[in-house]
Design a binder for this molecule. Structure first.
Ligand code: DLL
Length: 445
């Protein structure tokens, strides 16, 4: 008991809420001070930024107030690829204790690096995110994010250690073992992608392990878009509060923003370390708070890899409405998807997460799905592959009727006409990490 108390006291000092509840004027002054320094450093130490700023006719000295940032050029994923592997780093390689990389579907991976201070800040922000999610020192954290080049595993790992938790470093896969150890060790928080959490919930049910009766009370889910319907499903099946956490390797990894357990409504973006903007992805013009557009992030403290106006491709809006938890940092509303994941089916824009919201909780349907894209003459067509819920055997007529019901609901709720195929339990592939939601067969023979 004594040791527990000592850890809690330390943590209260470490996670002093002053910074998270800072009045706007003070936060803006801190941001401007940090922004000036990072823009200067980027210009001085990274040839790519020097060339880009020169071409755009801007100098670090032009940045006198936060709104001046709009004069500076964007940074994109391709800039990292073009400078592969280490060309965007602002410090010599021997000052980087760690690198991560994202695989990327085409071409070279995106490589990111961290100085010692960057790793410390990342651990702090992940710990801060976990506190916001409702975690406490002494909790057992079952970490099923993948370890390795992906930032999820090590990001959550060091954050949980920093908070004073006991980490179970599972990584993804081996789902039956995950269930057994969650139950045997009495995990309090599950960290995983939402799609893998669903896999864990399903395997637990098949094994006859009732995780609703286990000590687990929190899920920290992110790395892919997910719907509120999926949140409610996971909360009911695991007996937890499910919290959305956001991040990307180019900016840091997980912990750029996180919901609070109080409101579960928008993710607090940690504005002492990042500056958030939204733009219209077509016109590239800045958008006011509250408008839906593409999220841009500028890092304010990163040493190894300063990112100036990074185009995340993620579609969301920003809110500065006060939150019930008292935090003053801007909220990033739930990311519906990436603009490059948006499907245009017969003229209607649709994100996979919108289809998910219709499928989860649909009577007789299990929340496992994939969207198959094909060509129907010149137009794109979408087939939604879903599964019937276990224990509801349907004959061919029953399946066809169920498919028609789902088609009708997708049409009336999202406005898109699609074909639905109802498969047998287990036929839709299960996620081990980030789920593959779209099978694109438009160019297949
Ligand atoms: O996915 C980092 C991460 C790990 C975040 C664990 C949260 C939890 P990347 O592999 O670089 O990094 O992928 C980043 O994933 O630009 C979004 O498109 C998507 N993404 C991440 N979190 C969310 C979320 C990690 N909460 C890309 N909601 C981002 C929706 C998300 N999409």
């Amino acid at each position: 008991m004594k040791a527990q108390t000592a850890i809690r006291e330390t943590s209260v000092e470490m996670f002093d809420r002053t910074i998270e509840t800072m009045p706007r004027a003070q936060l803006a002054a801190l941001q401007l001070d940090r922004l000036k320094k990072i823009v200067e450093r980027a210009y001085r130490d990274v040839p790519h930024y020097r060339a880009k700023f020169d071409a755009a006719g801007v100098k670090p000295g032009d940045l006198k107030a936060l709104p001046d940032l709009v004069r500076f050029p964007f940074t994109q994923k391709n800039d990292l690829r073009d400078n592969y592997p280490f060309g965007m780093f602002a410090v010599p390689r021997n000052q980087l204790p760690r690198i991560h990389a994202s695989s990327g579907t085409t071409g070279k991976p995106t490589v990111v690096g961290y100085t010692r201070n960057d790793l410390d800040n990342w651990s702090d922000l992940m710990a801060r995110s976990m506190v916001s999610a409702g975690a406490q020192p002494g909790d057992i954290v079952h970490n099923a994010y993948g370890y390795g080049l992906f930032t999820g595993g090590l990001g959550a790992h060091y954050g949980a250690e920093r908070l004073g938790c006991t980490v179970v470093p599972m990584s993804g896969g081996g789902t039956e073992r995950q269930v057994s150890l969650m139950s045997d060790f009495g995990a309090h928080m599950l960290c995983s992608t939402p799609s893998y959490a669903l896999n864990i919930a399903e395997v637990a049910e098949q094994m006859g392990v009732d995780l609703r009766q286990a000590p687990v009370r929190l899920g920290l889910f992110g790395a892919e878009p997910w719907s509120d319907a999926m949140r409610h499903d996971l909360e009911a099946r695991l007996g937890i509060k499910a919290i959305d956490i956001y991040g990307l390797s180019e900016i840091m990894g997980p912990g750029v923003a996180c919901e609070c357990h109080v409101a579960q409504n928008g993710l607090h973006g940690w504005e002492d370390h990042f500056l958030f903007e939204t733009i219209d992805p077509e016109t590239l013009q800045p958008l006011p708070l509250g408008s839906i557009g593409e999220l841009l992030i500028t890092t304010l403290t990163k040493e190894a890899l300063p990112m100036i106006r990074y185009r995340t491709r993620d579609i969301t809006s920003l809110s500065s409405e006060p939150c019930a938890c008292g935090r003053s940092h801007v909220r990033i509303m739930r990311v519906t998807g990436r603009d490059d994941d948006m499907l245009i089916i017969r003229g209607v824009n649709v994100y996979p997460s919108q289809v998910e919201a219709v499928l989860v909780g649909f009577p007789g349907i299990a929340p496992h799905y994939q969207l198959v894209l094909t060509k129907d003459k010149a137009l794109d067509a979408m087939t939604v592959e879903v599964e019937m819920a276990p224990g509801t055997p349907l004959d061919d007529t029953g399946r066809a009727r169920k498919a028609a019901e789902v088609t009708h609901h997708i049409k009336s709720l999202i406005g898109v006409t699609c074909k639905v195929v109802v498969k047998s339990p287990g036929e839709v592939p299960r996620s081990q990490g980030k789920a593959v939601r779209v099978k694109d067969q438009r160019n297949a023979g």
